[in-house]
Write a new protein. Structure first.
Lengths: 214, 247, 479
């Protein structure tokens, strides 16, 4: 008997007559935020919760994205950044003195490590937990791109922000590789003292674009 | 009303004052107390230490004595827990549906539950002019869920200065046979409990279970702390006239 | 700290005695557990539907366990369809052989690892080392443990027993390239670990991980972490090998909406941990080109066969029960002699290893049954109930020995005595006389035999001359 049959056989024997018993899952928990929140409240909550992870948050109008991206990169003294090949072109329109390298062909890991930052969009954001989810879709790139550089600048559109974790799970496609990001990388392994910045990006900046997606 | 008293073997031998206090208190409140002479032990120690057969024997004896009775009151929260929570499990482990049915028919109350829920009293007319802190034992708090009933009873006692115990919800470290099998950890736990008790500067620490109190009291006594442990029933039984029960 | 290889760990009470005397350990544990308890309470208290989430979490796990064969087959199909390969391991040795073979097939001699309880359980690092393969732990705490040739003492914070000064000394001694002017600031220590591991991540070809959850319907793996070392391991290497216990499966993608709330808030006390990665098989152009999933039994089906004990398999390894346990807080994790310490370890280890040997048999007794763990377990495992049940298993396993244990003899005698009111009363009178002889000034300060452990640190009041029942009889007689 191979191990597969052995393990499955043991499972069946262990359960005996109880095997296959249906169990009703009580789903009385909340799928949406408690108070009937309008869009502005959800966005405000997201912005507050992201900031509590010590990530920087800025609200910008749809026509200010390029300026805000450029300002954030200048502010960090970035000279060379990586971007997904399909990043909306307009977001980089005002970069001056900063070289944006598109990830096509894929930038080797060693070269990514030499980049001063990365700019991406996201798939979904969650207000209640201050989380950004990337799914490798448009403007997000492959997972390594937002991991190796030390500075991640993420553009979140107000429309992408949902209230709760269940709302996010419902919107996401499990077939895609997902990265849920809640603040910069962190550890509390030493005396439970929180240190921001370990292996993942040590700086997370979020630009929330209010108003309609252009 | 007629009340059957389950005193608990531990109290019978070591803390008869607690049983006497329950009798005095309930009689003072106008109720008739009966002590079924056939009672011995609920089987808690055996069950909690893993001796299923022995626990089942004692559970059968218990249901034989108290089965069919009306309200049974006990001044031991852990014994009340054993009868209410463990008896169905003991019956299942022993494959004894008769015991399960008998256990279902029992109406066993921990003293403060009985006073507050069944009799509907919180002021029992007690007088106890001392500084007192209250330790909520794990069984009373987490398994029985007596909540603030003991505190409500204490607050109504005249002359009593009730002081809150820091980290009250943390176990004292008794745990039945744990106190001997893992005596080092048990002592480390009671050391912290004693520290918190002494921080309150109370004269008396009370609870609804003498087993935990014998552990806490044993450590307080070894340290010659001068702090006394008392079962809550003894405080509730104390009046200006009665002399028993004063520290 | 480390026991020599091959020596069985001491029984809990003996190991605990040594731990209790370690002043630094006591302080480190107290500070860390108190901090994390507060954070958990705040994070759980913030959600108005916390109790509903717990109820759902428990039910999803029960549904999984009672239909485990079906969900495992579903998972296998989904992972295979997504380009992954599924392996089955009945034992630890078999899992180690599979992983070793997979690593060898890549031609690599080094693997990077994401913190995983299950690979500790099976001793994977040691097995790989025996095959000439270096396994590098990349979680900061695991790195601290590995560099110190130490053992983890907590599920979530494996180096909880070490403080910053101890970690600084360790890094200076054992971490190649650690800066000579390293301070004991946690930020400086974390930066040193980052620098040390970065080139290893960038060069890594093979990674080994565990999984927090596996979704049967989609074949999706889920790993929650904080530092980004997990993302490094899951993303940069060409080959990813995930080892997971068979109980880690959940039926549906939707079920994650429950656990992604319960787990971070229960374990680190955060609304959400910094990084959660999910992946399904392989994705061309993004991450590893090869994905292997090793499904491990190693005693889990034994636990599953126990109708009471199986609830322990609901565990999502949040470690909230450790942090709130008054026993764990004082002894730390090493005393449990297992990778799963604390209350959950005390019910899981004896089920995985069996209760024949003295060490795992001592674990169900390492608790006062205070119930603080069950009050906050996110999947509502009734830990005291299972502890008592396993105590029963321990006793039953020894009941029919040719020479009964002294405890069995004592317990049988006590039950025989107590089962009859006349015998009980006779014993009561004898016991009282005997105890009063031992007392001085109303106190017993020294008890004989095994009870001496009580009187080592605690007095016992002398029993009053008149028992309650004697008083009652006298009173009734006088009426």
């Amino acid at each position: 008997m191979n191990s597969r049959e052995k393990v499955l056989g043991r499972v069946r024997a262990a359960l005996g007559p109880a095997r296959g018993t249906p169990v009703e899952v009580p789903r009385g928990y909340r799928r949406r935020l408690a108070e009937p929140a309008d869009r502005a409240d959800v966005v405000a909550l997201f912005s507050e919760r992201v900031a509590e992870y010590r990530a920087s948050v800025r609200h910008v109008g749809a026509d200010e994205v390029a300026t805000a991206v450029a300002a954030a990169l200048w502010g960090r003294g970035a000279a060379r950044i990586a971007v997904p090949a399909d990043l909306p072109y307009g977001w980089l329109a005002e970069l001056e003195g900063v070289q944006a390298v598109a990830d096509a062909p894929p930038i080797p890991a060693g070269a990514l490590d030499g980049m001063d930052g990365v700019v991406t969009g996201c798939a979904v954001a969650i207000a209640q937990t201050g989380t950004i989810v990337l799914d490798g879709g448009r403007g997000q790139g492959r997972r390594a791109l937002t991991l190796v550089p030390d500075h991640h600048l993420c553009v979140v559109h107000a429309d992408q922000i949902v209230g709760t974790v269940p709302e996010a799970v419902a919107r996401l496609d499990p077939v895609r590789p997902l990265t849920w990001i809640s603040g910069p990388s962190a550890t509390s392994d030493i005396e439970m003292a929180r240190v921001e910045g370990v292996h993942g990006p040590r700086v997370l900046e979020v630009l929330i674009v209010d108003g309609p997606l252009c | 009303m007629r009340v059957e008293l389950f005193v608990a073997c531990f109290n019978d031998a070591m803390f008869p004052g607690t049983g006497r206090a329950v009798v005095r208190l309930l009689e003072r409140l106008g109720h008739q107390v009966v002590f079924p002479a056939g009672q011995t032990c609920c089987g808690q120690m055996h069950w909690n230490t893993g001796y299923r057969q022995e626990a089942a024997e004692l559970a059968r004896a218990f249901t034989g004595v108290f089965g069919g009775a009306g309200a049974v009151v006990t001044p031991s929260a852990s014994c009340a827990t054993t009868v209410r929570e463990a008896y169905p499990r003991i019956a299942r482990a022993a494959g004894d549906p008769g015991l399960a049915r008998a256990a279902e028919g029992l109406a066993v109350y921990e003293l403060t539950e009985f006073l507050v829920d069944v009799l509907g009293v919180t002021d029992v007319g007690a007088y106890f002019p001392h500084r007192v802190t209250y330790h909520p034992t794990c069984h009373s708090m987490r398994m029985l869920g007596v909540g603030d009933r003991p505190l409500r009873l204490l607050r109504a006692v005249r002359g009593l200065d009730l002081v809150a115990l820091p980290a009250a919800g943390e176990c004292c470290g008794f745990g039945g046979t744990f106190a001997v099998k893992n005596s080092d950890v048990s002592v480390a736990m009671v050391a912290d409990k004693v520290r918190h008790i002494r921080d309150t500067a109370a004269d008396v620490v009370c609870a609804v279970d003498n087993s935990c109190l014998s552990h806490i009291g044993g450590a307080l006594s070894r340290l010659r702390s001068g702090v006394r442990v008392m079962h809550l029933a003894e405080i509730l039984a104390a009046t200006e006239a009665a002399k028993e029960g004063t520290p | 700290m480390t026991a020599p290889a091959g020596t069985p760990p001491p029984k809990f009470a003996d190991a605990a005695r040594a731990a209790l005397a370690d002043t630094q350990l006591r302080r480190n544990l107290h500070n860390a557990t108190a901090t994390i308890r507060e954070r958990r309470a705040a994070a759980a208290g913030e959600l108005p539907d916390w109790e509903e989430l717990r109820a759902a979490g428990a039910a999803i796990k029960d549904r999984t366990l009672l239909n485990l064969d079906r969900y495992l087959e579903e998972l296998e199909r989904a992972v295979t369809d997504a380009g992954g390969t599924v392996h089955w391991a009945a034992t630890a040795a078999e899992a180690n052989r599979i992983v070793t073979r997979l690593v060898r097939a890549t031609g690599q001699r080094e693997v990077v690892k994401v913190k995983s309880m299950v690979t500790q359980e099976i001793g994977l690092n040691e097995a790989l080392a025996a095959a000439g393969i270096t396994a590098r732990e990349t979680d900061l705490a695991e790195l601290i443990v590995q560099l110190g040739d130490d053992r983890p003492s907590h599920i979530l914070v494996p180096a909880i027993h070490r403080n910053r000064a101890q970690i600084r000394e360790l890094f200076l001694r054992a971490m190649p390239g650690a800066p000579a002017d390293l301070t004991d600031e946690p930020a400086a220590l974390a930066a040193a670990a980052r620098a040390y591991l970065r080139e290893r991540f960038l060069a890594a070809e093979v990674a080994v991980s565990g999984a927090n959850f596996m979704v049967a319907e989609t074949g999706t793996m889920v790993v929650l972490e904080s530092e980004g070392n997990g993302r490094m391991c899951l993303t940069l290497p060409e080959t990813l090998i995930t080892v997971a216990g068979i109980e880690k499966v959940v039926p549906t993608w939707e079920d994650l909406e429950v656990f992604l709330q319960l787990l971070p808030r229960s374990s680190t006390g955060e609304r959400m941990n910094p990084y959660t990665s999910t992946w399904t098989g392989v994705t061309p152009g993004d991450g590893p080109r090869e994905f292997h999933l090793v499904l491990l039994d190693n005693g889990r089906t034994k636990a599953l066969a126990d109708e009471v004990g199986r609830a322990a398999l609901r565990c999502i390894r949040c470690s909230a029960c450790l942090n709130v346990c008054p026993v764990y807080e004082r002894t730390g994790g090493h005393a449990y002699g297992s990778v799963y310490p604390g209350p959950i370890g005390a019910i899981l280890t004896p089920q995985l290893r069996g209760v024949k040997a003295a060490q795992p048999a001592s674990l169900p007794f390492a608790s006062t049954l205070c119930g603080a763990c069950t009050d906050l377990c996110p999947v509502k495992i009734d830990i005291p109930e299972i502890l008592v049940h396993l105590r029963g298993e321990v006793v039953e396993a020894r009941r029919h020995r040719p020479v009964p244990t002294p405890e069995l003899a004592l317990m049988r005698t006590a039950a025989w005595t107590m089962a009859d009111p006349r015998r009980y009363e006779a014993a009561l009178r004898r016991g009282t006389r005997w105890a009063r002889l031992l007392s001085r000034g109303g106190r017993i300060r020294r008890l004989p035999g095994p009870l001496g452990k009580w009187s080592d640190a605690r007095d016992l009041p002398a029993p009053p001359a008149q028992s309650f029942r004697a008083w009652w009889r006298e009173r009734e007689g006088g009426r």
